[in-house]
Write a protein that binds this ligand. Structure first.
Ligand SMILES: Cc1cc2nc3c(=O)[nH]c(=O)nc-3n(C[C@H](O)[C@H](O)[C@H](O)COP(=O)(O)OP(=O)(O)OC[C@H]3O[C@@H](n4cnc5c(N)ncnc54)[C@H](O)[C@@H]3O)c2cc1C
Length: 519
């Protein structure tokens, strides 16, 4: 059965399936997606007494990429989610929402390579020491060779990093993991990213930190240890934050409508008038509003515009790419498996990219302190061999890789569950900026009451804090008519999480791009 509300009614008096929506000039905002961005927009709008309807395609959960999945009392993230922001307002918002349930946790994360653990962020002395005298000598020789005979005008990430560190250090600390994450050869990734991100190896710094291990400096290009050694985390995982926001919204009379996938974004006369959602059993509802916030992927949003967007806009949106992700949670019959929050797996003999130990994020993530729940993360593309592998095969693969890495015995794994996450990462290829600009310009000029926010909602490689900041700005623009620019979020921020020894102080979060085709 379909509930169809005539969107034309909205101008004066709009209704939805639950009754009157808004009257006269009053605003009512329809928010697409109940991840951090959508829920932050709703939270801010409700604080400003603007009523909202949030529609979410997931049947059971809010939180989007930052949800927490529960399986037989074990809780795990889609990738461990640190709560960390340079923005005081976002930090305060997290405290306001969760209070004492917001824990401060110590961070330990290391790199695993051929049976050894290396400090992360990478410390040159620790790395050379761990590699052993022979490999360390070979690495130094390869470094000297690279400095004496650099590749002229390096175009690829591989050439650039090899020039700075030598081939051997490049292949151990850059090649495998970068290729696992992005599914693209480092020969195809652009040197620009590395050149902006990574400072070359300075032997004097290495020698100095070997002789003066406690020595630390602050300022451009160095680690601010206090900020990267700890982070905040909700007691029951990131989903707890977003479940709390959803219940606050419900308490104010605006429950998140779960199981509603946006099917049509209906517009006329240069304004969006309503959004039509469908449930799995085919039930359609139309939600009218004065303003619309979209945190759903740009590619999907544009495909759902009704009437359709011009062909050049559809083409730009459909060219946007994503990297997908599988998390395999394995339950281990052992209290302590490793002390890290997570481990990067650089070892080329296995496909797993990262392993989370959720109990080390918060003890309440497991129902029994005598057991451990590890999340093995595999980066993939929707539809590829990993994505389509049956769950039991994936659990077998993850179990055998854990055993091969020597992290635990296969026999200690007593249960497992698979979560597939499509569109985990917006891909920055050499045309994405132009494609996003086409969509953004079209929407701004043709449908000004449709506002984009969030990570895939703006095709920006944002963490939660920046996804939330874009949503806060959008909500304020709607509520008060201000003209804050959410596209500027990210422009001045630094992400300490990714700053490694010797890396430069960066503007924004960066991801590698493909090498542009030769002119
Ligand atoms: C592996 C991994 C690790 C991460 N680690 C961190 C971290 O440590 N710290 C951190 O701060 N951030 C981290 N992030 C980033 C963080 O998850 C995102 O910034 C944040 O979730 C983005 O919020 P969002 O609301 O913009 O998008 P999303 O979380 O993607 O939410 C969008 C919502 O829209 C819904 N939706 C999509 N299509 C439709 C449709 N057609 N109809 C209705 N609803 C729809 C989705 O189901 C989803 O709920 C990580 C992300 C990943 C993938």
């Amino acid at each position: 059965m379909a509930t169809l509300i005539n969107p034309h009614e909205f101008r004066g008096f709009a209704v939805n399936s639950r009754g009157p929506l808004a009257e006269g000039g009053r605003k009512h905002v329809v928010v697409m997606g109940a991840g951090p961005a959508g829920l932050t927009a709703a939270y801010e709008l409700l604080k400003r007494n603007v009523p909202v309807t949030v529609v979410e395609k997931d049947h059971t959960q809010v939180g989007g990429l930052a949800r927490t999945v529960e399986y037989k009392g074990y809780r795990f993230d889609i990738g461990g989610h640190r709560f960390f922001s340079k923005n005081g307002e976002v930090e305060d918002l997290w405290t306001e929402i969760l209070g004492a349930d917001m824990l401060t946790r110590g961070r330990l994360s290391r790199i695993y390579y051929r049976g050894r653990f290396f400090a992360y962020p990478i410390k040159a002395v620790n790395a050379l020491w761990n590699l052993g005298p022979l490999e360390a000598m070979l690495c130094l020789a390869s470094y000297v060779r690279a400095r004496l005979q650099p590749v002229k005008n390096p175009r690829t990430l591989e050439e650039w990093v090899r020039n700075q560190f030598g081939w051997r250090l490049f292949s151990i600390f850059f090649k495998t993991y970068t290729e696992k994450v992005w599914g693209i050869s480092t020969k195809e990734l652009s040197a620009d990213w590395a050149a902006q991100r990574i400072k070359s190896l300075d032997l004097w710094v290495v020698i100095r930190s070997a002789l003066l291990p406690g020595h630390s400096r602050r300022g451009r290009g160095e680690i601010v240890t206090t900020l990267i050694d700890s982070f905040r985390y909700p007691r029951l995982g990131p989903g707890q934050m977003w479940e709390r926001v959803a219940s606050i919204s419900e308490a104010k009379g605006h429950p998140v409508l779960l199981g509603r996938a946006v099917a049509h974004v209906n517009h006329e006369d240069g304004r969006v008038v309503s959004v039509t959602t469908t449930t799995e059993d085919g039930h359609a509802e139309t939600h009218a509003g004065s303003d619309f916030v979209s945190s759903i992927p740009i590619r999907e949003l544009v495909a759902k515009l009704d009437p359709p967007a011009p062909e050049y806009v559809r083409k730009a949106a459909s060219s946007l790419g994503y990297r997908d992700f599988i998390s395999i949670a394995l339950m281990i019959d052992r209290a302590n498996v490793f002390p890290d929050n997570w481990i990067y797996i650089h070892d080329p003999s296995v496909r797993v990219g990262r392993i989370q130990n959720f109990k080390n994020w918060s003890p309440d993530m497991v129902p029994d302190q005598g057991k451990t729940c590890l999340g093995l993360e595999y980066f993939c593309f929707e539809g590829d061999g990993l994505w389509t592998m049956p769950d039991r095969e994936l659990i077998k693969l993850a179990t055998s890789e854990l055993a091969r890495l020597g992290i635990c015995f296969a026999g200690e794994v007593f249960d497992g569950v698979v979560v597939r996450q499509e569109k985990a990462y917006p891909v920055y290829d050499d045309s994405y900026q132009a494609n996003v600009a086409v969509v953004r310009d079209y929407l701004a000029s043709s449908l000004p009451n449709l506002h984009l926010a969030g990570r895939n909602g703006m095709h920006k490689y944002n963490n939660q804090d920046h996804s939330m900041m874009t949503a806060l700005l959008v909500a304020r623009n709607i509520a008060s008519g201000s003209r804050l620019d959410p596209w500027k979020v990210n422009a001045d921020a630094v992400y300490h999480e990714d700053i490694r020894l010797g890396e430069r102080d960066l503007s924004g979060r960066q991801v590698p791009e493909r090498v542009p085709a030769k002119a």
